[in-house]
Design a protein. Structure first.
Length: 366
């Protein structure tokens, strides 16, 4: 009899299997090891399931730049707000972005002031809004890594097919390998990566091979349940002990070496690489996705010119250092004081995938 999805899920939360993996980790040599996750879903899962409390004292975890909302620039938010202030524009966005602070406002505040800002669940929702409002420009805030970029590309192609000239995309899409390399280049101490699960369903595992070979770091692509995460840490620890860094897939039920080729082709058709700004890092070469010139008619940056206020960063917020893994939320003087989910100061507290948000929700997760 075929297992139900609930039965399969419970296998990856089975306490006996979790404790078996914990026992295996305790048998690993006592050399110090530090592994970093670069996926916001992993950040939340690690805190939710209390993974750090299960690990031996010599194995440490760091949270990296895995939250797309968090790594996007305040200037991006300021420009989105500038679009929202235009009378002939509807801004559509994923819900997290609405509350991210800009220099002097948020999209949420602009909506409260009468601007037309709408939360959508996908780029298809933004397309539907464009169809229903032919007299307005509908700007979709394209944000996310390789996971969401194909859907944005598909929306642009649909807009072209149906001649929806009022549909525009403001792209902040980024790709993962350049920032993973930047972390090592900047001297952040890590011994391996817990590879992003959702990104890798699109890209496959091969995109991490250069990082593994150049820097001698292992990368194990992980699922999101306790057994997934502990198994991935065990695989990384074995690589470290054997001095055999490589790219492996733990999340085999979802990730293939070559990934989703159709989704990759969508990205390649619509986007091209450009230098892009990451919170905590500054500009990283060839790390962002710009809309190609042949689709300029659907590029908000080319179609709509706006005055953007001078960007001012929030004083005291250490979100950039947290995203690099050199500090934790508890090191921030604003954390759980001035900065809470109800009153976020920085993007890392707003997003459901942000490290500060995860640490706030699961403060006993160690």
């Amino acid at each position: 009899m075929q297992k139900t999805s609930e039965e399969i899920l419970q296998e990856y939360r089975d306490k006996r299997e979790v404790m078996r993996l914990v026992d295996q980790l305790n048998l690993i040599s006592n050399q110090e090891m530090t592994f970093m996750e670069v996926c916001g879903g992993h950040t939340m899962a690690i805190r939710k399931f209390g993974i750090p409390s299960l690990l031996p004292k010599n194995i440490h975890l760091k949270s990296g730049p895995g939250c797309p909302v968090c790594v996007s620039s305040r200037q991006f938010i300021d420009q989105a707000i500038a679009y929202a202030r235009l009378d002939n524009v509807i801004v559509t966005t994923f819900g997290d972005l609405i509350r991210v602070p800009g220099s002097s406002s948020t999209l949420e505040k602009e909506k409260a002031n009468g601007r037309d800002v709408r939360a959508v669940y996908s780029s298809i929702g933004a397309l539907q809004t464009a169809r229903q409002n032919p007299d307005k420009y509908v700007v979709f805030l394209g944000i996310g890594f390789e996971t969401t970029a194909p859907t944005t590309a598909a929306a642009i192609l649909k807009a072209k097919e149906h001649q929806l000239d009022n549909f525009l995309v403001f792209s902040s899409h980024k790709i993962m390998p350049p920032v993973m390399a930047a972390l090592v280049d900047e001297g952040v101490k890590i011994d391996g990566y817990i590879g992003p699960g959702h990104v890798s369903t699109v890209t496959g595992s091969h995109i991490y091979e250069d990082i593994s070979q150049k820097y001698g770091l292992g990368c194990v692509i992980s699922g999101f349940e306790p057994v997934d995460i502990l198994m991935s840490i065990l695989m990384l620890a074995r690589q470290k002990n054997d001095m055999d860094p490589k790219v492996e897939i733990e999340y085999k039920r979802a990730v293939l070496p070559n990934g989703n080729v159709k989704a990759q082709r969508l990205m390649e058709e619509v986007f091209e690489l450009r230098n892009d700004w990451w919170r905590g890092f500054g500009v990283i070469p060839d790390s962002g996705l710009a809309i190609k010139a042949k689709y300029a008619a659907w590029d908000a940056e080319k179609a709509l010119k706006v005055e953007v206020e001078e960007t001012v960063e929030e004083e005291g917020c250490i979100c950039g250092e947290i995203l690099k893994g050199v500090k934790e939320p508890r090191h921030c003087k604003l954390f759980n004081r001035e900065c809470t989910p109800a009153n976020p100061v920085g993007a890392c507290m707003v997003s459901s995938e942000g490290s500060c948000h995860a640490h706030y929700l699961y403060r006993n997760g160690n």
